[in-house]
Write a protein of this length. Structure first.
Lengths: 164, 799
C-alpha cells in the first residue's frame, strides 16, 4: 500500500508516494533518481548508501522511507555548492586520491563529513574507527584516512579553504 | 611563430596528476549499471538452488506465471530448446597423459541438475523487482538431493555422486610442469629439505559494486545492447555472439560503463548476461538484473582455494637446489571463463620467484566440487605461487638457522643474469631484487628489530617480522605462445587516436578502467607525446560501439599492452603529421622534427603546431592529397613480445596479543619495481589497495562451506570478514624503477603486486611472532589463540 511521504531532499521539498516497506535508499535512487547513493550490500554493513538525515550520517538502507517524513535529507548530490564547487571533504578526497572505482565514495564522503560534527580533531585511529562502517575494496583506506584528516582540518577553517 | 612552453609537461609521464574521473564520482554523478533505467524496463529475479547438489525432478512455473506483474518465467529447458549454449572456458589445459581437460557443459540455467548453492534454476521477469521476487516463491521445484563434494583436498576420486558425469573422479585435469628427473636429482643431493603442507584459503572478491546487467533488443533494427558490470566488454560480446547466444556480432553492442571495482571477478562471462539478453529478446522490452550482496557471495567467481605440499632442497650453504610442488586446485562446480589457466599457466610458471632455483617440478590436480566456480582473483595464481615460495623459504631459514633476509639474498637472481630463463618457462627481462630488499630492510630498520621485539615482550606481546620478495608476470603474451599453451583468445590490445579538427583528441582504448584511473594516466601519456594539454584529451573505454576490439583489463595488463597499442597509434599520428608539416612548411619530411606539440624544420625557426596540422588534415585545401589521405585518426593493435615482471620486497612487523590472539600490524613497508611510473599517486593507491587484499586473506577473510551439506556459511558481510579501516595500517611505499626492456614505455604493471606478496608477508611475520613453522590462513584471533595454546600443550603432552 502506498504512503505519501514529504521530506526535504538537498534543500528542496519533495512529496513522494512510497510502498510501506520501501527503504529510503531505494526511494532516493529509484523514485528521486539520486543514484549517487549506492547500495553495496543487503545487511547494512557496507555504508555505500550513507546520507545525512537531519544533519547526521545514516545508512539509508536502515531506514524505511516512511520514517523520513518531515526529515531534512542531504545526499552526495547535495554536498557540493550550487556552482559545483566541491565541499572541503570532497576536495580532500580528490587531493589525496581517496577514491578509485568510486562506488563506496559517496557513502564514505558523507560519513567523513559528519565526523566534523562529532570529532573535528579526530586522529588517525579515531578516523579509522569512525569509518569502520564504510567498506572500501580499492584504496586500502590509507589515502581515505589522509583525505579525511585534511577534510576535517579544512572544514574547521572555511575561510582558509575559500582562499585556496 | 612563437613557441610556447609546452603546457603538458607538468601533467606528463611521472607527474602525480589528480584524477580527471574524480569529480563525477565525488558528486554522485558516476554512471554505474544499476544507476541506469531504460524505457519500458522490466526486472529479472533469479531463483537459485538452495542445495549444493541435487537432481531437478520437475519445475512447475504455472502459479508464478499467473502472479501479478509477471511477464515471463524462464527455465533452463526453454533456453536449451532455444539453442542457448554453454558458458565457455577460455583456456584448454591438457593432462600429463595428453588428454584434454574435462569440460562439462555450463548452461546459464541449470537443466536436470544443480551443482552448487546459488546455481541458477529459473528466472522471473516482472514489472517490479518485488513482483518478480514474490512470484519466484511460487515456483515449485522438486529436487532429489545428492551427496555434495566440498573439500578441495578430498574431492578427487570421491565415489558415489560425481559433480559431473563427464568426470567420474571429479578430476578436471592432472597436469605437470617442469623437469621431474632433474628436480629429483637435486633433492637426492640436498643437504637439507624443508617441507610444508599449506592451504591457500578460498576468498570472495567482493568488489563493492554488486554485478548487474541490462539486456535490450530492438525488433526494428534487430540490435542488441547489453550493459554489464564487466572488465572486458569486447570479450563479453565475443563470447555472447560466438558461444552462448550465437548472435550476429555486428548487431550486438556491449557497454561496461562506470564499474565499481572488479579484482578479476568481473572478467567472466556470467549466466546473468545471457539471461537478460535472452529475456529482452523474448519480451521485446529491456530487462535488468542486479545482484544483491548475498547473490554476489553465491555467484561471483571465488578465488584461490589450493591445498599444497611443497618441498625445497638446499645445499649446506642454503643455496636452493630444487623445488617440488604438489597442488590440488578447486575449480568449483563449473569451469569459469579463465579458471583452468589460473593454477597452471599463471601459477607453476612463477615458482622460480626471485630465486635462481635450478630445478623445479610441479603437479597440479584440478577438481570439481559443489561450490561456486573459482577463477582469477587479484593476482590470480601468482599470490598462490608467492605464498608457498616465501613460506617455504622462511621454513628453510628457520630449520637451518640462517637469517631470512640473508637466505633470500644468497639465492636472488642478480641483474647481471638478466635476461634470465627460469626453469619453469619464463624469461625475466629486468629487475634488481637485492636492491629492493636492501631498501626495504633499511626502511623498516631491520637492525633495530631485536630491540623492538624485546620491548614488546616486556609488555607481554609477541612481535614478529615477515618478508615477501615477490615477482609476478603481467600482460600475458605473446598471443601465439599463449595459444600454444592452450589460450583460446588473443592477448593483444588496441587503441585509436582521433585528432579532432579543432585540436582536441579522443583516444578509444580496448582496455577498461574500473578504479585504475586510466582516464588520467592514459591522458598523461597522450598529452606528453602529442604536446596537447590534458584537458583536451579524452580517454574512451567500455563501449564496444565506440572502441576498437581489445581484451579488457586484468592481470595488470592495461598499460603494458593497451598503453603500448596507444603509443603505436600516437606514433602513426606523428608520422602522418610530419608529412603534412613538411608540405605546409615546404620542406622534406625527413627534415621535420617533432617535440612538445610543435613540428619544426630542423635547424630553422620554421614551425607549426599539431593543432594546426589537425586543422589542415580535416580542411585539406593546402594539402598533399595525391600522397596523403585527409583526416588525422589512427588505430593500432599491439601484441607484446613477452610478459612484464613487476617485483619487489614487502616487510611488515606484527604484534600478537597472546591473551586474545589478536594480531596488529604495526608497520608495513613495500619497495616495488613497476618499471616506469606514469602517475606515482595512482601507483601508490594501487599498492595500498592490493596490500589490504593480501592482509585480508592473511588475517581476516575466509570463505567457508559446510563440508557435509555444501551450504555457504560465509554468505554475507556479517559472516565474511572484509578488511575495514580499523583493521589495517597505513603503509610506507617506495618504487625502484628498473625499466622493462620488452616494451617502449618501460612499464611493468602495478595492479596486483600488493596482493601477490601481502598475504605471505603477513603470515611470515605472524609465524615469526608465534615462533612456529607454519599456521594456515587466516590468522584470526581464534586460530592464533588456539595455535599458541596447542604449542604450550605440546611439550607437556610429550612428557
Amino acid at each position: 500500500m502506498a504512503l505519501s511521504v514529504s521530506m526535504t531532499v538537498n534543500g528542496k521539498p519533495v512529496t513522494v508516494a512510497v510502498e510501506a516497506n520501501a527503504l529510503l535508499a531505494d526511494v532516493l535512487r529509484q523514485t528521486l533518481g539520486l543514484t549517487g547513493t549506492h547500495v553495496g550490500c543487503d545487511t547494512s554493513q557496507c555504508g555505500a548508501c550513507t546520507v545525512h538525515v537531519n544533519g547526521r550520517s545514516v545508512k539509508s538502507c536502515t531506514l524505511l522511507a516512511a520514517q523520513a517524513e518531515g526529515a531534512e535529507i542531504t545526499t552526495i548530490e547535495g554536498l557540493a555548492a550550487a556552482d559545483g564547487t566541491l565541499h572541503p571533504m570532497q576536495a580532500a578526497f580528490k587531493e589525496h586520491h581517496g577514491l578509485q572505482c568510486g562506488f563506496c565514495t559517496p557513502g564514505m564522503v558523507m560519513s567523513a563529513a559528519d565526523l566534523a560534527r562529532v570529532n573535528p580533531a579526530a586522529d588517525e585511529d579515531e578516523i579509522r574507527e569512525w569509518l569502520e562502517g564504510n567498506m572500501c575494496r580499492c584504496t586500502g583506506y590509507h589515502n581515505i584516512v589522509k583525505a579525511v584528516k585534511t577534510g576535517l582540518a579544512t572544514m574547521q577553517s572555511p575561510a582558509q579553504h575559500a582562499a585556496e | 611563430m612563437t613557441v610556447l612552453q609546452n603546457p603538458a609537461k607538468s601533467t606528463g609521464i611521472g607527474a602525480p596528476v589528480k584524477r580527471v574521473e574524480d569529480y563525477r564520482f565525488l558528486t554522485g554523478r558516476g554512471r554505474y549499471t544499476d544507476d541506469m533505467n531504460k524505457q519500458g524496463q522490466l526486472y529479472a529475479y533469479i531463483l537459485r538452488s538452495p542445495h549444493a547438489h541435487a537432481r531437478i525432478l520437475s519445475i512447475d512455473t504455472t502459479e508464478a506465471e499467473q502472479a501479478p506483474g509477471v511477464h515471463a518465467v524462464i527455465t533452463g529447458a526453454e533456453m536449451k530448446a532455444a539453442g542457448i549454449g554453454s558458458l565457455p572456458c577460455g583456456w584448454l589445459i591438457k593432462s600429463r597423459d595428453g588428454m584434454a581437460m574435462k569440460e562439462p557443459p555450463h548452461l546459464p540455467l541449470a537443466v536436470d541438475k544443480v551443482r552448487y548453492v546459488g546455481d541458477q534454476v529459473a528466472v522471473v521477469v516482472a514489472e517490479t523487482l518485488n513482483q518478480a521476487k514474490d512470484a519466484a516463491e511460487l515456483i515449485a521445484v522438486d529436487y532429489d538431493e545428492l551427496p555434495a563434494t566440498v573439500a578441495t583436498g578430498t574431492a578427487a576420486g570421491a565415489t558415489g555422486a560425481p559433480v559431473h558425469d563427464e568426470a567420474p573422479d571429479n578430476v578436471c585435469y592432472d597436469w605437470e610442469w617442469g623437469d621431474k628427473a632433474k628436480t629429483d636429482e637435486a633433492f637426492a643431493r640436498a643437504a637439507h629439505v624443508a617441507r610444508l603442507d599449506l592451504i591457500n584459503n578460498r576468498l570472495v572478491p567482493n568488489a563493492m559494486e554488486p554485478r548487474a546487467a541490462i539486456g535490450e533488443y530492438d525488433r526494428g533494427s534487430e540490435e542488441y545492447t547489453l550493459t554489464t558490470t564487466s572488465q572486458n566488454p569486447q570479450l563479453i560480446r565475443l563470447l555472447l555472439c560466438g558461444f552462448t547466444m550465437g548472435l550476429p556480432e555486428h548487431k550486438v553492442r556491449v557497454v561496461a560503463p562506470d564499474v565499481g571495482g572488479g579484482f578479476g571477478s568481473k572478467i567472466y562471462h556470467y549466466a546473468e548476461e545471457v539471461i537478460v539478453v535472452f529475456a529482452a529478446r523474448k519480451l521485446g522490452r529491456p530487462v535488468k538484473w542486479t545482484a544483491e550482496r548475498g547473490e554476489s557471495f553465491q555467484s561471483d567467481a571465488h578465488g584461490r582455494d589450493h591445498v599444497t605440499h611443497v618441498e625445497l632442497a638446499l645445499d649446506e650453504q642454503g643455496i636452493f637446489l630444487g623445488l617440488r610442488v604438489n597442488t590440488i586446485a578447486n575449480m568449483g562446480a563449473y569451469l569459469s571463463t579463465f579458471s583452468s589457466c589460473i593454477p597452471t599457466i599463471l601459477y607453476a610458471t612463477l615458482l622460480s620467484g626471485q630465486y635462481k632455483t635450478p630445478a623445479i617440478y610441479a603437479e597440479v590436480k584440478a577438481v570439481f566440487t559443489n561450490t561456486v566456480p573459482v577463477d582469477a582473483y587479484r593476482g590470480a595464481g601468482r599470490p598462490e605461487a608467492c605464498y608457498l615460495i616465501e613460506r617455504i623459504v622462511d621454513v628453510a631459514a628457520r630449520e637451518m638457522g640462517i637469517d631470512r633476509a640473508e637466505l633470500r639474498s644468497r639465492n636472488f637472481i642478480t641483474p647481471d643474469m638478466m635476461p634470465y630463463d627460469t626453469p619453469v618457462g619464463l624469461q625475466y627481462d629486468s629487475g634488481d631484487f637485492q636492491r629492493n630488499l636492501v631498501d626495504a630492510l633499511e626502511m623498516i630498520d631491520y637492525a633495530g628489530f631485536p630491540a623492538r621485539r624485546a620491548e614488546s615482550a616486556a609488555r607481554g606481546k609477541l612481535r614478529g617480522i615477515g618478508f615477501a620478495s615477490y615477482i609476478e608476470a603481467c600482460g600475458i603474451a605473446p598471443s601465439n605462445v599463449a595459444g600454444a599453451l592452450g589460450a583460446r583468445a588473443g592477448l593483444y590490445d588496441s587503441a585509436e587516436v582521433r585528432f579532432h579538427p579543432t585540436g582536441s583528441v579522443s583516444v578509444m582504448v580496448g582496455v577498461h578502467s574500473h578504479g585504475q584511473g586510466h582516464e588520467t594516466t592514459f591522458a598523461q601519456i597522450v598529452s606528453e607525446r602529442l604536446g596537447v594539454p590534458m584537458d583536451k584529451v579524452e580517454i574512451v573505454h567500455g563501449d564496444s560501439a565506440r572502441t576498437p576490439f581489445g581484451m579488457g583489463t586484468y592481470g595488470s595488463r592495461s598499460l603494458a599492452v593497451g598503453g603500448m597499442a596507444m603509443m603505436k597509434a600516437i606514433d602513426k599520428v606523428i608520422a602522418k603529421s610530419k608529412k603534412i608539416a613538411a608540405h605546409l612548411l615546404e620542406a622534406s619530411a625527413d627534415d621535420i622534427e617533432f617535440a612538445d606539440g610543435t613540428f619544426r624544420v630542423a635547424g630553422t625557426d620554421k614551425t607549426i603546431g599539431i593543432a594546426e596540422i589537425a586543422g589542415a588534415a580535416y580542411v585539406p585545401h593546402n594539402y598533399p592529397l595525391d600522397e596523403l589521405e585527409p583526416g588525422l585518426d589512427e588505430q593500432a593493435f599491439y601484441d607484446p613480445k613477452n610478459f612484464t615482471f613487476p617485483n619487489g620486497t614487502q616487510i611488515c612487523e606484527v604484534e600478537v596479543d597472546p591473551e586474545t590472539g589478536v594480531t596488529k600490524i604495526l608497520r608495513f613497508v613495500a619497495v616495488d619495481d613497476f618499471g616506469r611510473v606514469i602517475n606515482p599517486m595512482i601507483v601508490e593507491g594501487q599498492v595500498h589497495g592490493g596490500l589490504v587484499q593480501g592482509i585480508g586473506q592473511a588475517l581476516l577473510e575466509n570463505c567457508v562451506y559446510d563440508e557435509d551439506s555444501g551450504q555457504l556459511l560465509t554468505g554475507s558481510f556479517m559472516d565474511y570478514a572484509m578488511p575495514r579501516a580499523d583493521d589495517v595500517p597505513s603503509f610506507e611505499v617506495k618504487t625502484n624503477e628498473v625499466l622493462c626492456t620488452t616494451n617502449a614505455l618501460g612499464v611493468k604493471g602495478c595492479g596486483e603486486a600488493g596482493t601477490i606478496g601481502g598475504a605471505a608477508c603477513v603470515m611470515n611475520a605472524v609465524c615469526d611472532a608465534l615462533d612456529i613453522a607454519h599456521m594456515d590462513m587466516p590468522a584470526s584471533p581464534e586460530r592464533v589463540w588456539r595455535t599458541l595454546r596447542d604449542k604450550q600443550a605440546a611439550p607437556l603432552a610429550a612428557e
